[in-house]
Design a protein around this ligand. Structure first.
Ligand SMILES: *Cc1c(COP(=O)(O)O)cnc(C)c1O
Length: 482
């Protein structure tokens, strides 16, 4: 855990050169996304693309998209983006949508819209949504924020949502069914056509989460890959979330949320008429919002064009092919799924080779990967710059397996021990409390009381077991908390 930082606003302003030097120096331990050693986080194209984005960002640096009428330039770009993306997803003439700050916001908004719709339409007292267990955690966040009950359905051996379970989970409170294209953990497509058929029969909206796949599936299809229909071509799909700041290659802060018609989108809007500050209306969660997020998203998409997207997607496919071949040639390892799109989850088939220990060795060698649980695996989002590094990754992956075989102790040490414990701890509430405490320590002063102070003194701040505390220390040191 980082020492608590104490900083004061300087008495005199610091000069430009010093600030730039200082901030550049601060980046030295950040992960290197340009070099193709990070499997997620940043979807980097090249210096030329980055320079364009920086120029466009500067052009719209201070514009506030709180009021679209004050910045019609940005409204124009938003509507054009929605139109281009809608065409890409075969939205038809009734399709509508908006640009949000990211996948999470797109998902929160869709859930909020369907919740409101259910309340209005059916006077539901309880609102439920059906989620495959692999659906992105942002849906769980939406449920927690907006008071929606979750009905989880399992996935099969192929990691696809179970359609029998879907039928069983539907009740008269079901406001929404969610499917993913693909789901994040294993890069597998849910059976969207089958789910849409069920949704249509029961007259329930179906949201397709294509945050990951939205900007690669159309190009994979054009490149001749076998991709089953997932977009508005499938009758019954009522909305799609799709991140521009992933495979649309713009900086963070842009995702799209599309609906098959305004009838659904209308439930997303917020209007207040009685505030002394005036009549206030907004389409998305944010109030004041950066204009440059939409401008850079727009510039990224039009600068690449179809040709650029196809070229980059081809490179991703090649890198993925090299990786999957190497995994199938390594008897200890398996790619779960198999992965159909551009995320790959690597697990171990050999009880002596803990995949988290393999992850530790790879991390020592400068590869940034995420750990997943049930089943334990390493997650890789394959990006175009990996075509240049995948061969050396594959070599290190094989080395890592050999190193763990020779040193079984690695399975019980380092981060492997922590992740192993976190994945296996039977009391999930216990893990939850301790991770929440980790956040409290990151933002509070360790040692200071973390109880509320509303006049009364509470002495019951969360107790953290010393072992977990130590574990979280190691855990927190090298990796981001996810
Ligand atoms: C990334 C992702 C999200 C969440 O998007 P953020 O931009 O991180 O908020 C949701 N669903 C899937 C499938 C994703 O890959």
């Amino acid at each position: 855990m980082a020492d608590h930082l104490r900083a004061t606003i300087p008495k005199l302003g610091i000069d430009r050169k010093k600030i730039l030097n200082d901030l550049s120096a601060r980046k030295k331990d950040d992960c290197d996304f340009r070099g193709g050693r990070t499997f997620g986080l940043v979807y980097h194209v090249d210096q030329k693309h980055e320079d364009l984005l920086a120029d466009v960002q500067k052009l719209f640096l201070e514009e506030n998209y709180l009021n679209p009428m004050a910045f019609k330039s940005i409204l124009g770009m938003e509507l054009e983006l929605v139109s281009m993306i809608s065409e890409m997803c075969h939205g038809g003439s009734n399709a509508v949508g908006c640009v949000t700050s990211g996948g999470t916001e797109s998902i929160l908004l869709a859930c909020k819209a369907y919740r409101n719709r259910a309340r209005l339409k059916n006077r539901f007292r309880k609102v439920e949504m059906i989620l495959p267990e692999t659906a992105h955690v942002a849906f769980e966040k939406a449920a927690a924020y907006f008071g929606i009950a979750i009905k989880r359905i399992p996935v099969g051996k192929d990691y696809k949502a179970d359609m029998k379970a879907l039928e069983r989970a539907i009740t008269r409170n079901t406001a929404l069914i969610v499917m993913s294209a693909p789901q994040y953990p294993h890069g597998v497509m849910d059976p969207i056509r089958a789910a849409a058929k069920i949704a249509r029969k029961r007259n329930i909206p179906l949201h397709v989460d294509a945050c990951m796949g939205g900007f690669v599936l159309p190009w994979l299809e054009k490149l001749g890959e076998p991709i089953e229909p997932w977009d508005f071509r499938v009758e019954g799909v009522t909305s799609i979330s799709l991140d521009i700041h992933k495979y649309g290659y713009c900086p963070k802060g842009a995702s799209a949320l599309l609906y098959s018609s305004m009838g659904f989108m209308r439930n997303q809007f917020f209007v207040s008429t009685n505030w002394p500050g005036g009549v206030y209306a907004s389409t998305t969660l944010q109030g004041s919002r950066p204009g440059h997020a939409i401008a850079t998203a727009y510039a990224s998409v039009v600068s690449l064009g179809e040709e650029g997207f196809l070229r980059l997607t081809k490179r991703i496919l090649e890198a993925k092919k090299i990786l999957l071949e190497a995994i199938s040639d390594t008897p200890e390892l398996v790619a779960l799924g198999p992965p159909e799109v551009t995320c790959v989850a690597i697990a171990s088939k050999d009880k002596n080779i803990g995949i988290y220990a393999v992850g530790d060795v790879l991390q020592e060698r400068g590869w940034h990967l995420d750990r997943q649980q049930s089943p334990e695996s390493l997650h890789l989002t394959i990006m175009q710059n990996h075509l240049d590094t995948i061969s050396s990754f594959v070599k290190d992956l094989r080395d890592a397996v050999a190193i763990v075989r020779a040193n079984p102790k690695l399975n019980q040490s380092g981060q492997a021990a922590v992740y192993g414990m976190m994945a296996k701890a039977p009391l999930r509430g216990f893990v939850k409390t301790n991770v929440a405490q980790y956040l409290a320590d990151m933002y509070g002063s360790p040692g200071a009381s973390s109880s509320e102070s509303l006049g009364t003194l509470h002495s019951d701040s969360v107790k953290v077991s010393p072992i977990l505390k130590m574990a979280l220390k190691i855990f927190g040191k090298k990796s981001t908390l996810r």
